[in-house]
Ligand binder design. Structure first.
Ligand code: ATP
Ligand code: MG
Length: 370
């Protein structure tokens, strides 16, 4: 990215992410950015660096998944001449290049256990030793921002990611919700990309009919902002008329928009009953019915607690049974960590209560960051 990217959006979720960026920019603490592919993790990393006191120094962005393990160590730490066949001269690694600046380690969940051990050693000492160097070490001052679209806690549970490394990286955690959980961002993003691509391709910015706009708003966008950007780019390039109608929308958007099921969250006293019914009777998953709207602050903690209480009461069991009831049977650990993180974890054997009924009348104003 040559120019500084912008984080466009007006949803509560995006506003909160912007606040977290400013907060992170004010310190040197390590940051872990999580979220699905295409939600804007790299944009957030750039903004943190460029708003921090390190902005004059380099931001080195690396994709841990894109570099073979054998090369990653020498790229990160550098190497000395002769340390391997193609090492014709000493080479500075990315960490040295990022001295006084920031290193952004994307897809950190893809690192091998061996690389994780090397990274951990660096995080503990701040020292780097170039590959092939006998003894000499250099101390570098680098801020680490890591990102992943994997669930690192699941990887920790499966012994694929070191827990000590996870806790070292996870000092400030910024979670970016998927686009479908913050639909208020769609119109400003659309406007931003429409103008950006019209300027780039030197064409008149097209308008969107109300129906086309409704389709774009209703689509679930599994590829998130990146997918929306690509669709708008294609529409701008191909626009034959001033007005884009549903007939002009790519098939991927039309077929995506068809099942509007789950796209909105009802409000009022029956919210908990309705969401519970969607999972238990209609087979939708906890992540779609509860997690997404909760992260978008459309659901309160009281709602979430009431749903869990109802689940525990109906299954008369623990969280494994609740995960199965909520159609996420292999995700019970993730469910637990999510509930703990948001202080909505309840004791397993909570007595059945009619709390589900009460939830609507006890709404707290915001689900996260209360
Ligand atoms: N809020 C936003 N405002 C403007 N552009 C955005 C926003 N979020 C994402 N983008 C754009 O969408 C594209 C994808 O964003 P980015 O590369 O930051 O996603 P990511 O979360 O890092 O994805 P991946 O997990 O695949 O690496 C980029 O072109 C980025 O500029
Ligand atoms: Mg990325």
């Amino acid at each position: 990215m040559t120019t500084l990217p912008q984080l466009i959006g007006c949803s509560n979720a995006t506003r909160e992410v912007l606040e977290e960026i400013d907060c992170a920019a004010g310190s040197d603490a390590k940051v872990l950015i999580t979220g699905e592919s295409g939600v804007g993790k790299e944009v957030v990393a750039h903004l943190i660096h460029h708003r921090s006191r390190r902005r004059q120094a380099n931001l080195i962005a690396i994709n841990c998944a894109g570099v073979p393990d054998t090369l990653l160590a020498s790229e990160l730490f550098g190497h000395v001449r002769g340390s391997f066949t193609d090492a014709y001269r000493d080479k500075q690694g990315w960490l040295e290049q990022a001295h006084r600046g920031t290193i952004f380690m994307d897809e950190v969940g893809e690192m091998s256990l061996q690389m994780q051990a090397l990274l951990l050693r660096f995080l503990e000492s701040g020292e780097i030793q170039r590959v092939g160097a006998e003894r000499s070490t250099t101390v570098v001052d680098v801020r680490i921002i890591a990102a992943t679209n994997r669930r690192l806690l699941d990887q920790v549970a499966a012994s694929e990611f070191r827990s000590d490394l996870f806790y070292r990286l996870n000092v400030i955690h910024i979670e970016i919700p998927p686009l479908r959980a913050r639909r208020d961002d769609i119109p400003p993003l659309l406007e931003y990309f429409r103008r950006q691509f019209s300027e780039r391709y030197r064409v008149e910015p097209p308008c969107f009919s109300d129906e086309a706009m409704a389709q774009l708003m209703a689509a679930p966008w599994p590829g998130n902002v990146r997918q929306l950007r690509n669709v708008i780019e294609r529409l701008v390039v191909r626009a034959h008329r001033e007005m884009i109608t549903t007939a002009d929308l790519p098939r991927e958007v039309l077929s995506m928009a068809a099942p509007a099921k789950g796209s909105t969250v009802p409000h009022g006293h029956c919210v908990v009953d309705e969401l519970f019914g969607r999972m238990v009777r209609q087979g939708e998953t906890f992540w779609t019915v509860v997690y997404d709207p909760f992260m978008a602050r459309d659901l309160t903690r009281d709602d979430l607690r009431a749903l869990i209480r109802e689940g525990l009461s109906q299954t008369r069991g623990g969280y494994k049974a609740v995960a199965a009831l909520f159609n996420v049977p292999s995700d019970h650990k993730r469910l637990l960590s999510f509930l703990r993180k948001h202080e909505c974890h309840l004791p397993d054997q909570d007595p059945p209560a009619a709390l589900a009924r009460d939830a609507g009348s006890q709404k707290s104003p915001r689900a996260v960051g209360e």
